[in-house]
Design a protein around this ligand. Structure first.
Ligand code: PLP
Length: 386
């Protein structure tokens, strides 16, 4: 493959070399089943438990509170369905309008199944208003499920405040922290959330790996029913190499997080500021809110995101948009729509998501190309209108 500038780290990240180096010997030689009694199996069990400690340490949990899953989506399904199944008499759920499709589509299913689902709106900058949450809690609220960092805009929800409101009213809180775990310090001791979903491939671990943090004494039922693995919360022989790889990624993230926050944050700011200064039609989505340091979502008014992405891709630059192209009509993403952004602006929203593998040279290359791309598309647009 030719040189690629990879600014799509919220979609997935490049695995660390240390992750791959830890996984290969497990795939090749450490293949025993961790549930087997023999010594070979117990060696594998040990590797899984080391990874559990590493994953728990990243979020201040105890190892017993970590359930390994196949990724963020499965963790979210286990959290939401698992809690609802264990609290049968309660049928009310609260979520937000800007959740990832894993939460959003599951909540759609719940509505079809007769649950009452309340959807909290956001303001023009994508911020959640915690007091609105307090007003919507009911005696039959089984669960609140909101995200920490938004995958499209990077806007951060005030999770500590949300957790305090839920804890005060005795309502379990699930946090989709897939985009923040490994990038921001999260301490489940300091923040009383009940459950939290995370995904290995978002912090330089392997795909197909994830975990659900389940606070001690939480009532939750398994959704994948089988053997007694994962303390009977997730049946099935463990993906040992993946789990080991995620553990290594978790340990590295914990160690390097502060340094990466500074370096990646500086790159993101440089990119954002230059785009906004050089391209008059650009608007930062969620620019008025507190955001995770690796993400910027810049809308180029009057243009279609897909056209921009195609030209960027032709130049070897990977970015993305939240728009879904359905039956020929390009809808702005539900996140941008929930923020009330004018569709003529929202249609041109591009997400650049960075990691510590990026460099200032890459940022400068994107900043050099973007004005040309915008000018080219504007001239095509005005020619077709004229
Ligand atoms: N939640 C958020 C906020 C995400 O960004 C993603 C993935 O993009 C997911 C959940 C799903 O995670 P996974 O790809 O590990 O299933």
């Amino acid at each position: 493959m030719d040189r690629v500038i990879y600014f799509d780290n919220n979609a997935t990240t490049r695995p660390l070399d240390a992750v791959i180096e830890a996984m290969v010997p497990i795939l090749r030689d450490g293949y025993a089943n961790p549930s087997s009694i023999h010594q070979f199996g117990q060696q594998t069990r040990h590797r899984v438990e080391v990874a559990r400690e590493q994953t728990a340490a990243l979020i201040g949990a105890s190892a017993r509170e970590i359930v390994f899953t196949s990724g963020g989506t499965e963790s979210i399904n286990l959290a939401i369905r698992g809690v609802l199944s264990a609290s049968r008499e309660k049928r009310h759920v609260i979520t937000s309008a800007v959740e990832h499709s894993a939460v959003r589509n599951l909540c759609g299913r719940l509505t079809d199944e007769g649950f009452a689902v309340d959807v909290l709106g956001v303001d023009g900058s994508g911020r959640l208003v915690p007091n609105e949450l307090a007003d919507r809690l009911r005696p039959d609220t089984a669960l609140v499920s909101v995200m920490h960092a938004n995958n499209e805009t990077g806007v951060l929800f005030p999770i500590a405040r949300v957790a305090a409101i839920c804890a005060e009213r005795g309502v379990p809180l699930h946090v989709d922290a897939v985009q923040s775990v490994g990038k921001l310090p999260i301490d489940v001791q300091a923040c009383p959330m009940t459950l939290m979903s995370l995904s290995g491939h978002k912090f330089h671990g392997p795909k197909g790996t994830g975990a659900l943090y389940v606070r001690r004494r939480t009532r939750i039922d398994a959704q994948i029913v089988g053997g007694s693995q994962e303390r009977e919360l997730r049946g099935g022989t463990e993906h040992v190499a993946g789990i080991v790889g995620m553990g290594v990624a978790a340990e590295a993230a914990e160690r390097d997080m502060a340094a990466h926050a500074v370096a990646v944050g500086a790159l993101r700011d440089r990119l954002e500021q230059r785009l906004v200064t050089t391209i008059g039609t650009s608007v930062v989505m969620g620019g008025g809110a507190e955001r995770i340091y690796n993400t910027t979502n810049v809308a180029f008014a009057g243009l279609e995101a897909e056209a921009i992405l195609i030209l960027l891709s032709g130049a070897g630059i990977c970015a993305s948009s939240g728009s879904a192209c359905s039956s020929g009509s390009l809808e702005p993403s539900h996140v941008i729509a929930a923020m009330g952004v004018d569709p003529r602006i929202g249609h041109g929203a591009i997400r650049f998501s960075l990691s510590h593998f990026n460099s200032a040279d890459e940022v400068d290359e994107v900043c050099r190309l973007m004005p040309q791309i915008v000018a080219r598309l504007e001239s095509i647009g005005s020619a077709s209108r004229g």
